[in-house]
Design a protein around this ligand. Sequence first.
Ligand code: COA
Length: 322
Amino acid sequence: MRRSVVIGTGSALPRTVLTNAELAARVDTTDEWIVERTGIRQRHIAQADETTATLATDASRAAIAAAGLEARDVDLIVLATATPDQTFPATATIVQHNLGCHGGVAFDVAAVCSGFLYAMGVADSMLRAGMARRALVIGSETFSRILDWEDRTTCVLFGDGAGAVVLEAREESGEAPRGVIATKLHADGTHNELLYVDGGVSTTGTVGKLRMKGREVFRHAVVNLAEVLREVIEEAGLQTSDIDWLVPHQANARILDATARKLGMSPDKVVVTVDRHANTSAASVPLALDAAVRDGRIKPGQLVMLEAMGGGFTWGASLVRM
Ligand code: COA
């Protein structure tokens, strides 16, 4: 059977770290409040020379090297972002140019914090349909650029970064074939006002700032994520106990705990990076995946569940045998 197999992962973070204590000097908040309500201790913030495209390029180079490939071996780039370098062209084409792998397919996907799951779904479909052989799937964001730094209810929650995986179309056989096993994606546009940016090309003509009703988003996130995880497990014909690792979107440590509890998964099977990275939107899942691959927790052959929920609302999950 033709499968999209993860053959390399990579990530990149801006060089500047912003701690909770430093933030508390700018807005009316405390390290204690942020840690207790979110689990976040610090986040990386991009400087002027660090952009969604530069971070994506660095993460991609690391993923391509981990796969033992050259950039020219990649013929598809799908980049998930809500914070592109330019309104157009797609940031994926900037990354393609930076990497020097011209001529393939390159485009962006906009599904905010679920963007990486959407990008994986699209790339997996294209690889299995024979439209490409090797795909770079990237989540990259500079949310610091769309934060209202005077709004303590949002500015403490987000950070910048990028993560990438290389997927290769392979004929897999045997009892435990590697690759993407099942993916489910969803969207429900009725909740736009709970999480959105108050600007846009076609409306205000400005970039705008992120606005969120955090408590309501929290409620929807726990319900939607538990549901989509069950859907994917059922589609794969597996049990929760078969899953080796849950690599969730890193929005809030309490959402991670609640989701794992609803599924009956042990907290030590959940990869957590929200303490170091905060919420990096589309970058958070591939950043966490790369961290756990590189520190040796996630091993080849293991079953890994990726999941995310974000603005739109959009949400999704994908089960992968590494
Ligand atoms: N520092 C100190 N106090 C803060 C604060 C901050 N940074 N932000 C909010 N508060 C205050 C509020 O003003 C409120 O005060 P009040 O009770 O006097 O009105 C109080 O803390 C509680 O606020 P509330 O919003 O009810 O807290 P919460 O427990 O729901 O936590 C979030 C807030 C945002 C951390 C939480 O709702 C959350 O994580 N939601 C999900 C967000 C998310 O995942 N978004 C991205 C999805 S992709």
